[in-house]
Write a protein that binds this ligand. Structure first.
Ligand code: ZN
Length: 190
């Protein structure tokens, strides 16, 4: 089984579960982190127009509060990640902004989703040290998306019932509007 087969997609019910706090960074936790990175890189390997930007552990069926975020969103050759354990958004503000969002657990469907433009997060890093992150723009969006996964929430929840907010990838890599009947058939909503 290749690592990308580890990724679960909607309507898998585990994606709606709340993840558990990590109490100690054990070998098992390190293995989960390694699997998360491998699964993300495998996923993007055959997708010329997409980047595996981030992943939460629940997406590989591991209900722990761990997220891995790519260090460089614009250059796929940079295969490094920052890992955040037990992340908490301690502040979210700024204007709500709408932008395109996708998810490795929402197959072939994108959305235009409103998010806060600025967040502050605290977490532990891979070595168990406490870290704080201040983020704006796309990184702020990614952090909100990933922390949502730990609470069983997905981007589609924000745009449910909004036919104009759903998109799909065209052959040339551009995002184009998606027929809402097709969205409904994909069984994304709880
Ligand atoms: Zn996601």
């Amino acid at each position: 089984m290749s690592s990308k087969d580890l990724i679960i997609t909607l309507p898998h019910p585990y994606l709606r579960e709340k993840s558990r706090k990590v109490s100690t960074i054990t070998d098992e936790v390190r293995k989960i982190i390694a699997d998360m990175k491998a699964a993300t890189l495998d996923w993007e390997a055959n997708r010329p127009h997409e980047v595996g930007v981030a992943l939460a552990a629940i997406q590989i069926n591991q209900p722990y509060k761990i997220i891995a975020i790519r260090n460089n969103f614009d250059n796929k050759k940079d295969k490094t990640f920052s890992v955040f354990i037990n992340p908490q958004i301690i502040k979210a503000d700024g204007d709500a902004s709408e932008d395109f969002e996708g998810c490795l657990s929402v197959k072939d469907i994108y959305g235009k989703v409103p998010r806060f433009s600025k967040v502050r997060m605290k977490a532990l890093n891979e070595s168990g040290q406490s870290v704080r992150v201040r983020a704006e723009g796309f990184l702020a969006r990614v952090i909100q998306h990933e922390v949502d996964h730990l609470n069983g929430r997905l981007f589609v929840d924000y745009i449910k019932g909004q036919p104009d907010a759903f998109y799909k990838l065209a052959e040339d890599g551009k995002l184009i509007s998606m027929d809402y009947e097709a969205v409904k058939k994909a069984d994304l909503f709880r």
